[in-house]
Design a protein around this ligand. Structure first.
Ligand SMILES: C[S@@+](CC[C@H](N)C(=O)[O-])C[C@H]1O[C@@H](n2cnc3c(N)ncnc32)[C@H](O)[C@@H]1O
Length: 382
């Protein structure tokens, strides 16, 4: 099969091939891979697309040490079935690698739910975002995250939830909001936001979680992205000590401990889901948002008009300090209403900013992430 090397290298940097490799490294489901592969081949998964999947995706992932075992098996199975169903010719390398994985991964079925995997999330900045403070020269910010295929591992904190992808896009789309601000995230899970906040140069970053195994995993992710990173983004602040990962269970966090953090901005993604935890979460938010000193309390009452610019558009918004940004998928209306009632009782003002401040779509290949289901609220102390 003749492959034009120059052209292939170029494709990696532009859609739809860029989307195909980004989806593969982020471990998007096989259906998404097939649909992107078809997009690359104009509806058909021919020789050229298959070569790209082999050389540009699979070999590339192996080169950077990403273990794609059971995932790769599912993708290859689906890919081969699709090509064969259209009476296409499957590339020898794809057949051979599939056979190799099948032979060497007899135990993977049982291990799949337990083992950790590494997903590489690529935030792709469109051309019209080049002026954005957060836009790297390469127009791509890559974050590698060790996570679990078991959604419940680490009290749900070892998976990447859609709200954190949305909040990460929000941070990268409105970097002015976070630049030089002290930030604290509750229920941080795998720690994605820590890397994004470091990228937009928040002055200090505290990630927290109530689950200890989640905390261990989070620390590893922060270190591997900010310290051992061979990222192609030199602008990233690579000092891992600027991101602290702390144990902060909402039930037992004391008022003194919380007041000592005194963050300008509190963040939370997908933390509103367990009705039992909600009163504790709202108590934590309320203490953090009240501010630590009378001066902070004054600040929170003062709403400063400021403006964020993105893609040539200006977004005026109120900037109380401290403020919380909480991203949330409304899965259960009762839980959501319970959260609203508790915040009202705690004198917290919740504003839905979803329509007013939509982040740039930096994950156009991540078709499994239902962006439109996520809502974002700002919360301030009245
Ligand atoms: C659904 S996960 C979301 C994780 C991450 N923010 C994301 O969006 O990918 C909820 C997170 O909240 C944490 N969490 C749940 N209840 C908590 C509590 N009572 N105190 C502290 N953290 C808690 C969990 O450990 C988990 O990391």
């Amino acid at each position: 099969m003749a492959i034009n090397e120059d052209r292939e290298e170029h494709d990696t940097f532009t859609p739809p091939y860029l989307h195909l490799i980004s989806a593969f490294l982020a471990m998007e489901p096989p259906d998404v891979m097939i649909s992107l592969a078809r997009e690359c081949g104009g509806g058909f998964i021919g020789d050229r697309v298959q070569s790209f999947i082999w050389n540009g995706c699979i070999c590339e992932a192996m080169k950077i040490g990403l273990c794609q075992g059971p995932y790769l098996r599912r993708v290859l199975k689906k890919l081969i079935a699709e090509i064969e169903s259209e009476r296409g010719v499957v590339l020898d390398e794809l057949y051979e690698h599939y056979a190799y994985i099948m032979a060497s991964s007899k135990d993977d079925n049982s291990a799949e739910g337990k083992s950790k995997i590494v997903k590489k999330i690529s935030f792709l900045f469109p051309d019209d975002c080049a002026k954005l403070l957060s836009c790297p020269k390469s127009k791509k910010l890559e974050v590698s995250l060790q996570c679990s295929l078991n959604l419940l591992e680490g009290d749900t904190g070892c998976s990447i939830w859609p709200s954190s992808l949305y909040l990460a896009e929000f941070v990268l789309s409105f970097p002015e909001l976070f630049f030089n601000k002290s930030c604290l995230e509750v229920g941080s899970g795998v720690g994605l936001l820590g890397v994004c906040l470091a990228h937009v140069k928040a002055s200090s970053i505290i990630l927290s979680d109530g689950d200890l195994s989640t905390l261990v995993n989070m620390r590893q992710n922060v270190e591997s992205n900010l310290m051992h990173s061979n990222t192609n983004v030199p602008e990233v602040n690579k000092d891992p000590t600027m991101v602290q990962c702390v144990h902060l269970p909402w039930e037992s966090a004391t008022e003194t401990e919380l007041r000592n953090y005194a963050p300008d901005i509190v963040l939370g993604a997908d933390v509103i889901y367990d009705p039992v935890c909600l009163p504790h979460l709202v108590r934590v938010l309320s203490i953090l948002l009240k501010g630590s000193t009378p001066y902070d309390a004054d600040k929170s009452r003062m709403a400063n008009q400021s403006t964020a610019t993105c893609s040539g558009r200006s977004f005026p918004f109120l900037d109380p300090c401290p403020v919380a940004y909480i991203a949330y998928v409304i899965r259960n209306l009762e839980t959501y209403n319970c959260f609203l009632r508790l915040t009202e009782e705690a004198n917290l003002c919740v504003t839905d900013m979803t329509e007013a401040m939509q982040p740039v779509d930096l994950l156009p290949y991540a078709k499994s992430y239902e962006r439109s289901r996520v809502r974002i609220f700002s919360i301030a102390y009245l």
